[in-house]
Ligand binder design. Structure first.
Ligand SMILES: [Zn+2]
Length: 105
């Protein structure tokens, strides 16, 4: 798949996840095959392990059930979400009030 960003050993397909071959010497680097309802296919894993950002991945589901798009990258051995900042800003400006929270008690 690629090399572990922490110790440089190969990252292997472990069945349910991808794990570093250096785990025997204590490396804890792993990558999930599925993240927030989104399958991380081998091409995504390869991109991550080569130290690059992925393309924008669609279809993540947050804990609250909201789906969102994000770019993934690895920082210090951890998966990190990166969001489209410019789009975020635009959204904020155009923000319409959401009345969901305004329950009449
Ligand atoms: Zn490792």
């Amino acid at each position: 798949m690629g090399r572990c960003p922490l110790c440089g050993q190969p990252v292997l397909d472990k069945g349910k996840f991808y794990g570093c071959a250096g785990y025997v010497s204590g490396c804890k680097f792993t990558l999930p095959k599925e993240l927030l309802s989104k399958d991380l296919d081998p091409s995504i894993i390869r991109t991550l392990l080569s130290g690059k950002k992925t393309r924008k991945l669609k279809g993540f589901k947050s804990k609250t059930g909201k789906s969102f798009d994000a770019v993934l990258t690895i920082q210090e051995g951890k998966l990190v979400f990166q969001f489209d900042q410019s789009k975020f800003r635009q959204k904020k400006v155009r923000k319409k009030p959401v009345n969901r929270r305004m329950r009449s008690s």
